[in-house]
Design a protein around this ligand. Structure first.
Ligand SMILES: [Fe+2]
Length: 302
């Protein structure tokens, strides 16, 4: 039994205008609504996960509420729970989950106060074929950390991640699926969200998505380009309430033989920010919004 989470299953966000946000994620970002409950709206990608984005009403303002990780079995959920408790985190005991998709799992607060959850046995979808222009799933979540070494140590020793690359300020954390990384971390002043990345079936879908976003009044904030570590194609945007989002594709698939490389290996020649050498630098707006979303305080129970 490999004691690790498998992927970022879903992201919960609090929006001051949830209906407006949901309309955007359905008609422009190209997710599909699966369920509504108590004012919250649940959206799926084309992959099997019941939902990948949950939008909650937040009269007091926007926030990121939670990241939920997928686990392979109840045994793994229970074992990860014991490790979370041993690490001194606030946590609820594993239980049958009453929210959309159900399943079995627990919520907890990590050492920097991020609300995280681990679940298994969710009511997932049987249809999981790619559809052009539609996101499959969350590719990764990039987290800003007040103490990145401590945050990395927690994800590695408690949740079973492996740090597979370190490029510039970013650390890439791989878990038990073939994707190069599911969590990315970087050092900042406060623990905030950097961005949430949605995986498209191919780079054509990323490009057409970037065009669709521009047409709808959401300009590209960084990209289109191809990253070094992870080898993925990227385009970054400010969604409703300036939530920082990415379309990505072509994420490198790796196994245990993948070799770690550090910042010297991943250095770009002067003036370059991606493999192709085509993307302009990040916009000022991107620099602001990639450190703007705080985790909703005290919302670690699921
Ligand atoms: Fe990213």
């Amino acid at each position: 039994m490999k004691l690790t989470v498998r992927a970022v299953r879903s992201v919960d966000i609090d929006m001051s205008q949830p209906e407006r946000a949901a309309a955007f994620y359905k008609t422009i970002w190209n997710l599909a609504e699966v369920e509504r409950r108590d004012g919250s709206i649940y959206l799926r990608g084309t992959g099997r996960f019941h939902h990948i984005l949950a939008i909650h009403p937040a009269p007091s303002g926007f926030a990121i509420r939670r990241l939920t990780f997928d686990a392979a079995s109840k045994d793994i959920v229970n074992a990860l729970h014991r490790k979370v408790v041993a690490a001194g985190c606030k946590s609820d005991a594993p239980h049958a989950i009453a929210t959309a998709g159900g399943g079995y799992g627990f919520g907890f607060a990590d050492p920097e106060g991020r609300n995280l959850a681990v679940v298994c046995d969710v009511k997932d979808h049987a249809d999981a074929a790619d559809v052009r222009d539609r996101p499959r799933k969350i590719a990764h979540v990039n987290l800003n950390a007040a103490d990145v070494a401590k945050t990395n140590a927690f994800f590695e020793s408690v949740l079973g991640f492996r740090r597979v690359d370190h490029s510039g300020p970013l650390h890439f954390l791989h878990c038990d699926i073939a994707d190069h990384s599911s969590i990315v971390t970087g050092q900042t002043a406060t623990p905030t969200l950097n961005h949430v990345s949605f995986e498209m079936p191919d780079s054509e879908s990323v490009m057409r998505g970037a065009g669709r976003m521009r047409d709808a009044g959401y300009p590209i904030e960084w990209g289109v380009g191809r990253h070094g570590a992870g080898n993925n194609v990227f385009a970054y945007f400010a969604g409703p309430e300036e939530f920082p989002i990415e379309y990505t594709s072509d994420v490198m698939q790796i196994d245990d033989s993948y070799e770690f490389h550090g910042p010297e290996y991943w250095k770009w020649p002067p003036g370059r920010l991606d493999q192709w050498g085509v993307t302009p630098p990040h916009t000022q707006r991107w620099k602001r919004i990639q450190d703007m979303y705080l985790f909703a305080q005290g919302q670690w129970k699921i």
